[in-house]
Ligand binder design. Structure first.
Ligand code: BYC
Length: 318
């Protein structure tokens, strides 16, 4: 081992010891390049998910059934924009620039959560997204609030608090509609039938095929596996949905006494890959909406940078 190699080994050992002691790694601290790259990958995908995630529900703001629901939905969608901002900032602390991240999203190179490429067909979809999709996100993000990278974990603490409100407003609606008129009950059941499987896919690939998990788990970015979180989510949701007289679109779903788990059927990973690779029902529409928003905001960016230039020039003269 030459000197350079042994210095790297020494730094890596210190880095891993810090993580083992539960210390946070902060911007500017030494970190392995692979850790930095994994964080940029995951945090930027997460940021994109928050931003694209505004679209399916945002489409219903003008069609909310009453003022209370409209105000709640407006606040929720606005929160998601804020989450995207915290996360882009967290990724910037690792050296990624906002421009390159946005460019990767708009050119279709970047991934974002599979779940936002499905259409919101009825008002009940907003209810089910709130309870199921935000519920799944909280499960994953409560774990990520313990992540070894300081800026990511702190962003998660705040995001989880807001997601808790998102989940509750969705659950409130599902409860109401499941006890409402036959048409409301049918509408909420239909929404559950369409969102159940994409929600389970949100947790990522099964542990045995998840390529990134070993590194993320080794360095404390994730502390629990994709399958573990998915199973916990299913165990919590199934009895609650059954108690409301709602069913799940999985003929193989059954309770296993021995493990105490609700065992679910085969997830369609071919569908997942189709959606993640750009061929889901709404991928084209989602990216077109983001490109349009970026174009519409061009004058604001130009005005801000012109103002900053002017201030700089003014300061120079003074
Ligand atoms: N969708 O090795 P794997 C929200 C990709 S938004 C798309 O298992 P990993 C909300 C993965 O990127 C909350 N792609 O990955 C907003 C990888 O590809 P690359 C969103 C997925 O990273 C608005 C490949 O498949 N939450 O709450 O170990 C309104 C191999 O996968 C997905 C987050 O982003 C997927 N579901 O685990 C309402 C949480 N799954 O990059 C609500 C942060 C996998 O190697 N992210 N892929 O080319 C994570 O915790 C992890 O990244 C994942 C995946 C669990 C998602």
């Amino acid at each position: 081992m030459d000197d350079k190699e042994s210095l790297y080994e020494e730094k890596l050992r210190e880095f891993e010891e810090r993580i083992a002691r539960g210390e946070k790694i902060e911007p500017g601290d030494w970190m392995p390049e692979e850790y930095r790259q994994q964080l940029i990958r995951m945090i930027s995908q997460h940021a994109h998910s928050e931003i694209v995630g505004m679209l399916p529900e945002g489409a219903w703001i003008t069609r909310a059934p009453n003022l209370r629901r409209k105000m709640i939905l407006l606040a929720k969608v606005q929160d998601e924009a804020g989450h995207g901002q915290y996360l882009y900032h967290a990724a910037e602390t690792l050296g990624a620039t906002r421009e390159e991240m946005i460019d990767a999203l708009l050119t279709g190179q970047a991934k974002y959560s599979n779940v936002f490429n499905y259409p919101t067909l009825t008002w009940a979809d907003n209810a089910v997204i709130g309870w199921l999709v935000d519920g799944a996100a909280i499960k994953n993000q409560t774990m990520l609030a313990q992540a070894s990278y300081g800026p990511y974990s702190r962003a998660m603490v705040r995001i989880c608090a807001e997601e808790g409100f998102h989940m509750k407003q969705g659950k409130e609606m599902v409860i109401k509609y499941s006890q409402g008129t036959p048409a409301q009950k049918a509408m909420v059941q239909d929404a559950i039938n369409r969102w159940w499987w994409p929600t389970l896919m949100m947790f990522g690939l099964p542990d045995k095929t998840s390529t990134n998990s070993p590194t993320l788990l080794k360095w404390g970015v994730k502390t629990r596996s994709n399958d573990e979180l998915r199973q916990e989510f299913v165990n919590e949701l199934v009895p609650e949905l059954h108690a409301l007289g709602l069913s799940l679109p999985d003929p193989d779903l059954h309770y296993d006494e021995a493990s105490g788990n609700w065992v679910y059927g085969q997830i369609n990973w071919d569908e997942f890959w189709q959606v993640v690779r750009g061929n889901g029902p709404c991928n084209t529409e989602r990216l077109a909406a983001r490109r349009q928003a970026h174009e519409d905001g061009r004058w604001v960016r130009e005005a801000v940078s012109a103002y900053a230039e002017k201030q700089k020039a003014g300061n120079g003269q003074g």
